[in-house]
Design a protein around this ligand. Sequence first.
Ligand SMILES: Nc1nc2c(ncn2[C@@H]2O[C@H](COP(=O)(O)OP(=O)(O)OP(=O)(O)O)[C@@H](O)[C@H]2O)c(=O)[nH]1
Ligand SMILES: [Mg+2]
Length: 422
Amino acid sequence: MLVGVLTGGRSMGRDPLAELAELTRSAGAEVVARVVQHRRAYNPTSCIGKGKLEEVRQRADVSDANVIIFDNDLTPTQIREIEKATDLKVLDRSELILDIFASRARTHEARLQVELAQLEYTAPRLRGMWTHLERIAGAGGATGAGAVGGIGTRGPGERQIEIDRRIVGRRLALLKRRIADIDRRRVREVRSRKEHFTVSLVGYTNAGKSTLMNALTDAGVLAEDRLFATLDTLTRRWELGEGKHVLLSDTVGFIRDLPHHLVASFRATLEEAIHADLLLHVADATNPEAIGQINAACGVLDELGASAKPTLLLLNKADALEDEVLLAILRRNHPEALLISARKGQGLADLRDAVQRQMQGEQQRMTLSLPARDGKALNFLERFADILERRFEEGRAIVEVMIAPRMLDHLHGIARDVRHAD
Ligand SMILES: Nc1nc2c(ncn2[C@@H]2O[C@H](COP(=O)(O)OP(=O)(O)OP(=O)(O)O)[C@@H](O)[C@H]2O)c(=O)[nH]1
Ligand SMILES: [Mg+2]
């Protein structure tokens, strides 16, 4: 059973619980009932009002629901109150997202990241429970587990609290260490691709990133109509023609109000996107919430420190567009955006041109002189720069090239004797 509380000015489009229903379906559950309440503010003790809580209890009973999912995040007190009143398990939106991530995590890295996010999210709740237990245990006069109380206040419950707290603390520290290792390895890996132009697919979950990845490369990644189908990062060569290529990465999707811990935990996975030369922001132009989703994705990029990257917006699913008005608004807000269909291959030639222009945009014209025998360096120029003219003089190759500053740095790294001849 889904419950949504619409507070103050928060309007959530036509169907306020559409996304929560999608998340629920993606988690493998079936929605049997929905309740929406308009309130000025959340009720601090039970989120919804007292009368509404009774209605929720009755509706849940009639529809045979076995879990209640709230569209907003709940405090430990609110969860306790609602569970007490309804006798059902209560989840909030963040927990539901974390649950989907946990069930989807396949790689070792993703599993560690999800566990960290889950522990970080639940630890304060456990703490809430602990203080509750502490109050019971400490009724004899002590005020906390660590306080020096009178005889008899250090009951078994209290000892358990300390043990649990230490176990969670140790596990958190271990996970953080392991993830830090992965982070460092990722950074090295990403840096080692410096001589390639890297492009990352980013955007709201279910926008069609993986479908586009498959259309552009032969990655064969899983693409399906579920939220968070992709949880890790995959990188493949994308041949642009004329011997040019870029490295294209597909990664985990974004969602509005992404649990903060999840963003932090998935930094390693998102490393590729953070360091890409170009971001392709994929948006589902058929979704009534497209505008909000584009803004939410921009918000996450901002949080990751990647909002200043060169970005190209792709309005995807052009083959299934129905809402002319929405499209007109999207085009007016983002005149530079490309309209594509990853499924039908529509607009992909334009996309390729745009990426090529972006690649060339950073190139500068210059004349270089290097030893004619340095096959490695000449080969590098053939692959990663545009050679306009080439001649040989006294054992040296004089080449006029269009080359990106990054590539020039790399050339200096692999060739011993490169001189600027202009
Ligand atoms: N009609 C239509 N459907 C599309 C298009 N591109 C993707 N889809 C569908 O949209 C759904 C989601 O596609 P994915 O490629 O898995 O989306 P994603 O952005 O990778 O999603 P996550 O990995 O979950 O973040 C799938 O059912 C796709 O078949 C398109 O151009 N047109
Ligand atoms: Mg995907």
